[in-house]
Design a protein around this ligand. Sequence first.
Ligand code: FPP
Length: 245
Amino acid sequence: MALRQKKPLDLSAYRVPTHIAIIMDGNGRWAKQRGLPRVAGHRAGAENLRRIINACVEFGVKILTIYAFSTENWGRPESEVRGLMKIFARVLDQELDDLHAQGVCLHHLGDLTGVNPDLQGKVLRALELTKDNDTLILNVAFNYGGRAEIIHAVQQMLADGISPDDLTEDLFSSYLFTKGLPDPDLVIRTSGELRISNFLIWQAAYSEYYPTPAFWPDFGREELYEAIVVYNQRERRFGLVPEES
Ligand code: FPP
């Protein structure tokens, strides 16, 4: 079978967002449309994630944050949760060396306690192996919730004895899982849903939001390109009037 040629996509005339965050939604509906079990949708979603990481490297995106598993997702049927954990473990086993060679630096956002110790070990090894890479930072929000992240930050600040007078937005940000990283410029949500779903609720305060009807497994390189083009048509004002921003 002939290899499919990649369509040339030129972003040289555009500003490429430094940080893109994605709510990868619609795996279940993608599978249902095809008469497949939900976990088949998650497998297709994992394959698509690989394509999107490659596209981010190609387009020069520096930080990609993905919502892989929320604190609420534990409430899904046990077989689906088990299937998802297997997929996360398999992706780490099969893709880590390639991601490392590509210069991807993995970060984890969330809480690893309560996660299967074998998977925890794989995550910690991946973070250690890739920690000095700088082509693309890949933040994986796993067992993550935005409210839980804020509570965690406040607990740490209290434990550190931060005085109320010293509290600034920058100091607060430095207690979040995303410490040291710029806020997302663009938040993409696939599958047509128009909610933020407890994702980066502090960091995305001024992000541009891009909802798309495509289910996550169908949101490929060309769809990411289109999202970046649309981002370029937005005027980011950060609460100011046009001349000031
Ligand atoms: C939402 O679709 C997707 C998830 C809860 C899981 C996301 C996981 C992947 C894309 C697998 C790969 C990820 C990594 C990090 C390897 P949904 O199940 O809510 O879809 P639905 O709304 O159509 O039911």
